[in-house]
Design a protein. Sequence first.
Length: 83
Amino acid sequence: MRQQASMIQSSDWLTAAEAAHYLRIKARTLLLWVRQGKVKAFALPGTERRVWRFRKSDLDAALLESPVLRSKTPSVRPAERMN
């Protein structure tokens, strides 16, 4: 029983690559969203580089909060032509 509960908990946590695949985006986009505060992530302690873990429930909540999570990207059209 204890082993089964452990398996359920560990399957709720995703690596950055797994979370990006789950959201069908690139890992770089996911990490950008983390820096922008759009997606909740947890950094693992004791690592030289930041290693992130994500909960599926947090990813689902981020998607439900906003219909489309957009990153600020520059437009290819000049501002005066946007009107």
